[in-house]
Design a binder for this molecule. Sequence first.
Ligand code: SAH
Length: 249
Amino acid sequence: MQDVLRRIRVVLVGTTHPGNIGSTVRAMKTMGLSDLVLVDPQRFPAAEATALAAGADDLLARARVAPDLAGAIDDCIWVTGTSARRRGHSVPPLAPEPAAQALLERARAGTVALVFGRESSGLTNDELDRCNSLVQIPTDPGFSSLNLAAAVQVMAYTCRAKALSLAEAPVPDYDPDPPATQAQLDDLFEHFQRTLVAIEFLDPDKPRHLMRRLRHLYLRTGLTRSEVAILRGILTHTERGGGRPQGRP
Ligand code: SAH
């Protein structure tokens, strides 16, 4: 169980108050999580972070700082974003338990991430678009925004509770075709965009929401590496103008 929890990375994006970083590592360590990445924190390292870590400062010492969200999750095979409220074009959010279950099932095959937003403004639409799924902790509709570290605590506990119950269930064999990483998916989406522009399906001056809708479609399914390779093969073939693929009768 411990192994699978250690494969859940917590990513804090644009944190303003270092105290929240300290409270986050305390929340993580109590629940057996240990991998923290900070995206462009306003102040870090900071004395307030160490003070509120209350003994979990080993996690602070190991925390990695990344310049942007893509750099924090490029090796991840499943990314769950958190949001206090439903955003315009985002995918519908899950409740914490099914979101934790999906994270834990994926974590058997590689690193997964739980992404938390800025204290003042949460995650941007571009950041939400990088997530395979979203989670919203049910709160009073009149006051929906939890403190950042409190949201980390709720999700870390939910993951631990799910891991405890899954530890008792028989483990099915995982598909030998490994899931694609975020970096491989980024390459696929770039390839998609290039090809759609080349075949004049996508007008770069009037892109509307096509790429975002395609991203959501593919991110939701959780593509494997060989599926990404098939899609890229189709795109390459389309770019060359179609015709019978080489080597096929
Ligand atoms: N005004 C911001 C609130 C940010 S709270 C907004 O509306 O998005 C800071 C972070 O804590 C959020 O980005 C999210 O990661 C987490 N958080 C707070 N409340 C949450 C909730 N009810 N469900 C899921 N995450 C929540």
